[in-house]
Design a protein around this ligand. Structure first.
Ligand SMILES: Nc1ncnc2c1ncn2[C@@H]1O[C@H](COP(=O)(O)OP(=O)(O)O)[C@@H](O)[C@H]1O
Ligand SMILES: [Mg+2]
Length: 153
């Protein structure tokens, strides 16, 4: 199941992320695809807002994951610099993925065989207009199809 949105500004992308964030529950996994500067971190700021997280969200550059406390925890991954998915075993990624919080993952391509079967993919595409983005949601599994249905209510 898929849904397409368009955004014409950073703020609109945050709003969309916030709407999603309000619907999230523990163990939800959101994978964020898109080239550098497409808006994955901006979208994550929205998710954080929807989870009632107050502190600022910046990409985890020197660590693979940042933890934020909110309504439920947000585990924000940026795997851009991950060369080998087995390094995720060393940080105990399963404790994040299948635990008490929500995971938002930038550069999920790097997960390789650790890609979760059930997940929501958010694909952000830059358009000709500098501030325009097409944002595609793809649900894999019943839980995420349910979220997509709730998005428009
Ligand atoms: N519609 C939009 N949605 C999201 N970001 C936008 C939009 N228009 C312009 N931008 C800008 O694009 C950049 C996106 O940066 P960022 O979220 O860090 O990208 P990524 O994490 O995908 O590398 C920001 O500078 C933001 O202000
Ligand atoms: Mg980023």
């Amino acid at each position: 199941m898929e849904k397409v949105y368009t955004s014409n500004s950073r703020e609109e992308t945050i709003k969309l992320g916030e709407k999603l964030g309000r619907l999230l529950k523990k163990r939800d996994i959101i994978l964020l695809y898109g080239e550098l500067g497409s808006g994955k971190t901006v979208f994550t700021k929205g998710i954080a807002k929807g989870l009632e997280i107050e502190e600022p969200i910046t990409s985890p550059t020197f660590t693979l994951v940042n933890e934020h406390r909110g309504r439920i925890p947000l585990y924000h991954f940026d795997l851009y610099r991950l060369d080998d998915y087995t390094a995720l075993y060393d940080i105990g990624y399963e404790e994040y993925f299948y635990d008490e919080g929500v995971c938002a993952v930038e550069w999920p391509e790097r997960l390789g065989p650790l890609l979760p079967k059930e997940r929501l993919e958010v694909v952000i595409q830059k358009e000709k207009n500098e501030e325009e983005r097409v944002i595609l949601f793809k649900a894999f599994g019943k839980r995420y199809e349910g979220i997509l249905k709730e998005m428009d209510q």
